[in-house]
Write a protein that binds this ligand. Structure first.
Ligand code: NAP
Length: 286
């Protein structure tokens, strides 16, 4: 029977630590600030943005939501990003995706100043990750690494298998694992004999978006399983990519869904905002 890797509890602990860091920054005259742009009225996006806003408030980060109508012209969206890029009290800029039809996310995301790119998805920051140089890292992959760091386990030389190669999760988490000297296998929809590859994994990170894709008999005994997948079933239940109940019997540690990787993603957004504030503030103070 495995131990539960409780992302909710870890997130709470890290947010308390972040609050102390924020208090120290405020005492020096820097109030970390995150500005979120929400275009249109997609209900799921509204919930995500509200959760981010509340999480910021709880640790003392100033947070402003810029709500724009769905028919906002691309030029107006980009003009707002430029304004936020040059605002000294703004340390993080987040463009909530997806954008309504008619707006192009790619040029807008590229316009965000890399030093304020708290989602870590600007090509400059992804390039720094690729080069193994410091920069803002994508939030969900950072959350996965923080979960691994919370248990007595050394990644060095271990075999980590990542399912999914998206720019949001799979690719960056593979690079972060590589940076920690794991031997990484990155799988995707054309990978052959997935069960056999997964059976060699000391660490499995599943980021596919297919409910219960990974069967427990595919797992190596004692594997550490991080389930990023978030899938809503027809009966309303939220489940991951791994069959949690049976996988619990085989894995040494496993994240639940919900309550595993999810709470860590927002925590890492707060972490990145504080990092960005520290960097920008130290440059201004020079
Ligand atoms: P995505 O962009 O749709 O990417 C899915 C990846 O899974 C693709 O690389 C795809 O391969 C691969 N894939 C599809 N079927 C597969 C199969 N049978 N075997 C192996 N790989 C397969 O999704 P994403 O944005 O990375 O998100 C993945 C999941 O994580 C979703 O459920 C999402 O909701 C969840 N998520 C959760 C959080 C969180 O905070 N908890 C954050 C982000 C995402 P190809 O490239 O070949 O198509």
């Amino acid at each position: 029977m495995s131990a539960i890797l409780d992302g909710k509890a870890l997130a709470q602990k890290l947010r308390q630590e972040l609050k102390s860091e924020v208090d120290a920054l405020i005492a020096k005259g820097c109030v970390p600030g995150l500005d979120v742009i929400l275009v249109g009225d997609d209900p799921a996006s509204e919930v995500y943005v509200r959760n981010k806003h509340l999480a910021c408030e709880k640790v003392g980060i100033r947070s402003t939501v810029h709500k724009l109508p769905a028919d906002t012209p691309q030029a107006d969206l980009e003009a707002l990003i430029q304004t936020l890029n040059s605002a000294p009290d703004v340390h993080g800029i987040l463009l909530q995706l997806p954008l309504p039809l008619g707006l192009d996310a790619d040029p807008a995301l590229r316009m965000i100043s890399p030093s304020k790119d708290v989602d870590g998805l600007h090509p400059d920051n992804l390039g720094l990750l690729m080069a193994g140089r410091p920069g803002l890292r994508p939030c969900t992959p950072l959350g996965c690494l923080a979960l691994l760091d919370s248990i007595p386990f050394d990644l060095k030389g271990k075999h980590a298998v990542v399912l999914g190669r998206s720019i949001l999760v799979g690719k960056p988490v593979a690079l972060l694992l590589l940076e920690r000297h794991a031997t990484v296998t990155l799988c995707h929809s054309r990978t052959q004999d997935l069960p056999q590859i997964i059976h060699q994994a000391d660490v499995l990170i599943a980021a596919v978006g297919k409910p219960h894709l990974v069967q427990s008999n595919w797992l190596k005994s004692g594997a550490i399983v991080l389930d990023v997948g978030t899938n809503r079933l027809e009966d309303g239940r939220l489940v991951g990519d791994v069959d949690f109940q049976s996988a619990q019997e085989i894995a040494s540690y496993i994240t639940p869904v919900p309550g595993g990787v999810g709470p860590m993603t927002i925590t890492m957004l707060l972490f990145n905002t504080v990092q960005a504030a520290k960097t920008i503030f130290s440059l201004v103070a020079r």
